[in-house]
Design a protein around this ligand. Sequence first.
Ligand code: CDP
Ligand code: MG
Length: 180
Amino acid sequence: MSGLADQIVLLLLLVSVSLSPVRCLGNGASGEERTLAMVKPDGVSGNYTDEIKRIIVEASFSIVNEMFTQLDKETASAFYEEHSSRSFFPHLVTYMTSGPVLVMLLEKRNAVSDWRRLIGPTDAGKAKISHPHSIRALCGKDSERNCVHGSDSTSSAEREIKFFFKNVVSGDTASQHDEL
Ligand code: CDP
Ligand code: MG
């Protein structure tokens, strides 16, 4: 092949790579990403579930799968394993096992960061001041009882989605834990 032909092939290759989808996280669909959301016990007992789902749909997320479940001590501890050495951990486990939770698998472009932005800061008391339109400002109370969960990174999302929903990658979104 001549030098010019080589350069044209290389150029075409570069163009095709730059036009291919950059983010194929979650389900492999172009640009879509998945994250794990949860309405915690205070959100469910406070009857915020419908309002939160309305906000989710209005923000253009698809709810791919969802289940109500009652976490036991072992499951809540495993889910929050990264915080096991923190002083608040025992309280957190008590809180998370105090009633049913609604676990949801959400999907949209930039799902992880968009959901985190929507829920607001961890401390719901501070959120009421700094992020008054966030979900935690709407239904949370303080740094523990903050009403909702959201994966904090794409790698956390992958772990947390596998934790609650098995076989989602293959498209079968059967829940791993027993539904209520
Ligand atoms: O949920 P988020 O990722 O915003 O915060 P985190 O630092 O990963 O903490 C996990 C959960 O632990 C929080 O959502 C709170 O429910 C609880 N927590 C607490 O009880 N006391 C703290 N000082 C910090 C977090
Ligand atoms: Mg976190």
